[in-house]
Design a protein around this ligand. Structure first.
Ligand SMILES: [Zn+2]
Length: 489
């Protein structure tokens, strides 16, 4: 396993007989002990008529097990021993974690392991937890980032599981036909949760041997249903979902423009991180950069590149700008400038020194990383275990070891106007034009979706050279680019 020279922890990776992958971390300075368990099951797995079920299950799992039947026993044990616990449900994963004083760690781990071997799904807690899910849903109605997330869900391929409503509420999780939902939760748990989809990380000052024994004793009985290798074959977007402009009206006075390009999954390239090459250049903030040029125009306050939604068969690459009031009037020009810059990158040779520059930044972050809290370390590494090979679970986020120009070339082919999803978040005149066919109790949104045909035509014909004057009135492309190279070196 590749470790930072600054890292004094000891690591041991093992796979239990039931296929559960475990990472044991001995940190002699750890003030608290922590454990995190991730399972490759999330809201994508929800039955279409039971949206939010994976999330509801995450809540219910904490509420009583055969060995510790009392509701709330786990939480009170943990908090009596100076700890905390939490969980989250994502698109394709659910993660449970806690920390506690070292002297109560193994007893806590015993309680924790029961969630995955003998949960009761207490009938009397069903309604209370459903209310808790409902409150989360209501809380999110006025949260702009959740509203935007919901718009994204409704504007991609509706056949793709990303389009499902993830949180759940009283309606999607209600009892039906005189039956409680309990059997459905149980059925979901029994068919989806499987040891070979799980990863577990424990971090503590206890010895590796003690922890290995505890984990093997407590987690070997988790059932293995041999479900590894699940895959999604439905595309995230088709041509109906790209080349579009989406206008989202926020609750707060936010002004933001995001230019997103859907790509296929690039997870397998984590050792090389090809998209970092583009993010590094597009997000550069120094002199000669795209950001400076747009700032000097008075159109943006900040720019970032490289983010976006991602999953096992999709990855969005986005360029996001915080707009000024004036910037709102210049969306098309900003977009042209971004395409112009992309063209600069892809029409020139891919330079290894640029790649190495970003690599050096990551490498130094890895070498000089600060010690992390046990809970943060456990919940971070447990997800790395879901994505990276065993030898890379600690280093994977920082690896850039494969400069591959032909792959860069291939990826740049996705940065086209036809593949663009332009999202404008700003208050303003918006006609409500909700998409047909939404049957879900989705968040209340107003958004307008326009085909960008006109803009695409304009961009395709002009973004190369004519538009240079729009942004870079005093400089030609070539001089801008050589300028850029000098600045970046
Ligand atoms: Zn929740």
């Amino acid at each position: 396993m590749h470790l930072s020279p600054n890292d004094s922890n000891e690591y041991k990776y093992l796979t239990l007989d039931n296929g559960l992958r475990v990472l044991i971390v001995h940190d002699s300075n750890a003030q608290k002990s922590a454990a995190a368990l991730a399972v490759n099951v999330g809201h994508f797995d929800d039955p279409i008529e039971r949206e939010g079920l994976a999330h509801y299950l995450e809540h219910m799992l904490f509420l009583g097990t055969e060995k510790y039947p009392k509701v709330g026993e786990f939480q009170s044990y943990i908090s009596q021993h100076g700890g905390s616990n939490n969980a989250w449900t994502g698109t394709e994963h659910t993660c449970f974690f806690f920390d506690v004083s070292p002297n109560a760690f193994f007893k806590s781990l015993d309680r924790f392991s029961q969630f995955f071997t003998a949960p009761l799904f207490n009938e009397e807690s069903l309604d209370k937890e459903r209310q808790a899910v409902e409150s989360e849903y209501k809380l999110k109605l006025n949260d702009d980032s959740r509203r935007l997330y919901q718009v994204l869900k409704e504007t991609i391929n509706l056949e793709h599981p990303f389009s499902k409503f993830s949180v759940g509420n009283l309606e999607t999780l209600g009892d039906r036909n005189g039956q409680t939902i309990r059997n459905e939760i149980l059925g979901f748990y029994q068919t989806k949760y499987s040891a070979d989809l799980m990863t577990l990380t424990v971090v503590s000052s206890h010895s590796i041997e003690e922890m290995t024994k505890a984990v093997t004793d407590k987690f070997s009985s988790v059932l293995n249903q041999s479900l590894q290798g699940k895959s999604i074959t439905v595309p995230y977007t088709t041509q109906d979902h790209t080349g579009i402009k989406i206008h989202v009206e926020p609750v707060k006075d936010i002004r933001k423009l995001t230019l997103a390009f859907p790509l296929p999954n690039v997870n397998d390239y984590y050792k090389g991180k090809p998209l970092s090459y583009f993010a590094h250049l597009l997000g550069y903030e120094g002199p000669g950069s795209l950001m400076i040029a747009l700032k000097q125009k008075g159109w943006i306050n900040s720019l970032s590149a490289g983010g976006g939604t991602s999953g096992s068969n999709y990855r969005e690459f986005s360029i996001s700008c915080a707009l000024t009031l004036e910037g709102i009037e210049h969306i098309d020009e900003i977009t042209q400038a971004v395409f112009h810059y992309i063209h600069l990158i892809s029409s020139n040779e891919y330079d290894e020194w640029r790649y190495n520059e970003k690599q050096a930044v990551l490498e130094s972050a890895f070498r000089f990383q600060e010690p992390t809290r046990s809970l943060d370390l456990a919940s971070h590494l447990v997800m790395n275990m879901q994505h990276y090979l065993p030898e890379d679970v600690v280093y994977g986020d920082y690896m850039m070891q494969d400069f591959n120009p032909s792959l860069l070339e291939e990826l740049s082919g996705y940065f086209t106007p036809e593949n663009l999803r332009m999202v404008l978040i700003a208050k303003g005149e918006i006609t409500t034009n909700r998409r047909n066919g939404i049957i879900l109790p989705t968040l209340f949104l107003t958004f307008l979706q326009n085909r960008l045909n006109d803009l695409i035509k304009k961009l395709s014909s002009s973004f190369l050279f004519q538009s240079v004057t729009l942004i870079y009135a005093t400089t030609s492309i070539q001089s801008l680019f050589s300028n850029l190279s000098i600045r970046l070196k």
